[in-house]
Design a protein around this ligand. Structure first.
Ligand SMILES: Cc1cc2nc3c(=O)[nH]c(=O)nc-3n(C[C@H](O)[C@H](O)[C@H](O)COP(=O)(O)OP(=O)(O)OC[C@H]3O[C@@H](n4cnc5c(N)ncnc54)[C@H](O)[C@@H]3O)c2cc1C
Length: 457
């Protein structure tokens, strides 16, 4: 094993080498929380190291469009290095934080080749987000990819498009049916958005491209244990979303629990306790999230309390109890029931960055974090989206315009904004999608295609 190396103030990997008197702030995670914390810190007399295991900022709200061939990976991501190129006091490091020694104030991390790295800090902002949760059934994961990363999106894109290809090559309707059945678990925004996009793909984009199958025949089944899709948007918008989904041909299975997933389908338990099996060669999981594993390490090191899903309980100023030098922001924090949405992460990151700058200046604001709820939006299908912002409730085409404006406004980088806008307009005008290429191997499992024996079928 290689001995760990440290990034110190004089290390070539850090910016402003030699500035030993400048306080060092480490930000773990370059998602919404980490990005906004680092942007605020970039304006102050501190040396910032942003540690991220992917090296990119990902705009998760548009992942499903990447998964269904609308947008490219490059249009919904931005390299952190490029985002901070003008901020000489911000360095980015591609590494995964695995532990925090809160006594010694050192983050222990792994580089991409598995070698160890130590990063000392005086202030730490942790914004490592959450990951997909299978509620203790990790065995579902290889059969039902989630939707949290670019790898997930490419895996989903491959599975969905390859399923149509498989169906095209099979001789009987009975053999084709499981390949043309797409089951989604979880009717929150991601499940609804994905279900709508798969139906659109089948009904618009792929129309006339196949000779044996009619992609329009694809069955899209959306399962949820609750009694409404997009329940967090309230009963009226949820009802309108359900009508739009049904109009699109998405089959809603509410009050239905998924109790098993394997390579050929899923087991479900209905409201009355009866169970059934559904043959579906594509199962996608958007049902739950749990804290990134780093949260447990941080809890051990600081004594911080965790929720059942692993999120860390923070003080009103987003710091960990007894550790004013450690702030936790975004999806990973738990405070007063705040939701795991981008706005909470952005506002929390900005606030935490400000708190660090005040501490460095020897001042304390004493002001707790206050979240300003700007509302939420979800895309249902072409021409239909819902937006809820205070008393404003939009759906249908008006909601769709609202959704588009919000996403363009928040997408990171001018090029990505312009690129996404042009792609949407050309998709609208032509009904085609540009990003229908998919990797030959399964991005998640690494399993290669075409590994069977040609003589068996
Ligand atoms: C598919 C999808 C759709 C969504 N749609 C919406 C929406 O429409 N509106 C909305 O408001 N919210 C939406 N959300 C939620 C929103 O994206 C999150 O609330 C937000 O991304 C949280 O920001 P964060 O910074 O806490 O975490 P993230 O954005 O998840 O960022 C975490 C970062 O930490 C890095 N990381 C993780 N662990 C480590 C480690 N150990 N070491 C180093 N780096 C690490 C990751 O690589 C990542 O870059 C959606 C989420 C998903 C998954």
């Amino acid at each position: 094993m290689t001995a760990p190396t440290a990034i110190g103030a004089n290390d070539a990997a850090s910016v402003d080498a030699g500035s030993e008197c400048t306080p060092r702030v480490v930000v773990i995670g370059g998602g919404f929380g980490g990005l906004y914390a680092a942007r605020r810190l970039a304006r102050g007399p501190v040396e910032v190291t942003v540690l991220d295991s992917t090296g990119v900022h990902l705009f998760q709200p548009l992942l499903y469009q990447c998964a269904t061939g609308m947008l490219s990976e490059g249009q919904i991501t931005a390299p952190l290095r490029a985002l901070f190129k003008r901020h000489r006091n911000v360095a980015t490091v591609l590494a995964k934080a695995v532990d925090v020694d809160a006594q010694a104030r050192i983050v222990h991390a792994l580089r991409s080749d598995g070698t160890a790295l130590q990063v000392p800090y005086e202030h730490l902002v942790v914004a490592a987000g959450v990951q997909q949760s299978y509620f203790g059934h990790e065995e579902y994961a290889p059969h039902a990819p989630g939707m949290k990363s670019i790898d997930d999106a490419l895996t989903v894109r491959r599975r969905v498009l390859a399923a149509f290809e498989m169906a095209e090559s099979l001789p009987t309707a009975e053999q084709r049916r499981p390949w043309l059945t797409f089951a989604l678990v979880g009717a929150g925004p991601t499940g609804v958005e994905l279900a709508g996009q798969i139906r659109e793909l089948a009904g618009h984009t792929l129309r006339e491209q196949f000779r044996t199958i009619d992609p329009e025949e694809a069955h899209v089944l959306l399962y949820d244990g609750g009694d409404a899709p997009l329940a967090s948007f309230g009963p009226e918008l949820s009802r309108r979303a359900a009508c739009t989904l049904e109009g699109l041909g998405v089959e809603l299975h509410l009050k239905t629990k998924v109790t098993g997933v394997d390579a050929t389908g899923l087991e479900v338990e209905h409201e009355d306790g009866s169970t059934s099996r559904v043959q579906a060669r594509t199962v996608l999981w958007t049902a739950g999230v749990a804290a990134a594993p780093l949260a447990a390490a941080l809890a051990r090191s600081t004594g911080a309390e965790q929720e059942r899903d692993g999120r860390l309980r923070v003080q009103p100023d987003l710091s960990l109890a007894g550790h004013p030098e450690i702030h936790v922001v975004g999806d990973l924090m738990s405070l007063s029931g705040l939701p795991g949405v981008a706005e909470v992460a952005m506002q929390g990151g900005w606030y935490a960055g400000g708190e660090v700058l005040h501490a460095v200046a020897g001042r304390s604001t004493g002001k707790p974090f206050r979240y300003r709820d700007l509302g939420s939006a979800a895309y249902v299908s072409r021409g239909h989206a819902i937006v809820s912002a205070g008393p404003l409730k939009l759906s249908g085409r008006l909601g769709w315009w609202g959704w588009g404006l919000i996403h363009i406004a928040f997408l990171t980088g001018y090029r990505n904004r312009a690129g996404a806008l042009l792609t949407w307009l050309s998709t609208l005008a032509s009904g085609t999608r540009r990003e229908l290429v998919f990797p030959a191997h399964d991005v998640d499992t690494g399993r290669a295609a075409f590994t069977g024996s040609a003589s068996t079928r």
